[in-house]
Design a protein around this ligand. Sequence first.
Ligand code: ATP
Ligand code: MG
Length: 220
Amino acid sequence: MKQIQPHIITEGDRTYTLGNLQGKKITYDFESILEYLVDKGQQEYGTKFRIHKEDRDILFKLCNYFIKDETNCRRLNIDLKKGILLSGPVGCGKTSLMKLLRHIVPHQKPYKIIPARNVVFGFNHLGYKTIEDYGDMNYVCFDDLGIEPLGRHYGKDCNVMGEVILSRYELFLNHKVKTHITTNLNAQELEERYGNRVRSRMRELFNLIAFDSATKDKRR
Ligand SMILES: Nc1ncnc2c1ncn2[C@@H]1O[C@H](COP(=O)(O)OP(=O)(O)OP(=O)(O)O)[C@@H](O)[C@H]1O
Ligand SMILES: [Mg+2]
């Protein structure tokens, strides 16, 4: 077994205990997770990284999802079988969080983070094979859905990410493979951009976790 105590994480000379073992079950402690996330966040994004009070509810949801706390998730209306659609305004911290949260569950298979733009660039270059590849890929998080340009391959236009999401939906139904997404768009804008067929499937694919539209841009 690779890691018998996945709730105990060592970074350099520091050890973080994110919860305690009761029998075979880990009971995680939210404050301990946050403490680890701050240190890991500072390591990755610089010393200004901190937990903003207004982000705590979102973090609580995301942490419970990733540690698979069934009781809290049921209460929060989060379905552990679905992926996460993390939406929020520019710079609120979506990408950083999706990158960081992988570290609190080192025993789980990590997801790749792929900018939606890169998928389109791949399509422009290689055509429909790209849609097949991303539609078939294991656990992934598509970053920044909605700002990617329209795809164009040999003079043919294609709403590439819309097609990829349709494929991911099939993958979810047939093989229970999850997908995560970060986006600046709200539900209405997603529907305008990808159409109601995609939007309807997205409801089944994702738990929506949304930053308040007034959340400040952390780049400033
Ligand atoms: N909790 C935080 N405390 C301080 N700085 C942060 C925090 N989260 C993110 N940042 C910083 O804010 C900037 C924006 O973060 P990030 O790229 O994660 O936002 P985003 O929501 O993905 O933005 P976009 O919508 O443009 O993709 C980055 O420079 C990041 O280092
Ligand atoms: Mg981002």
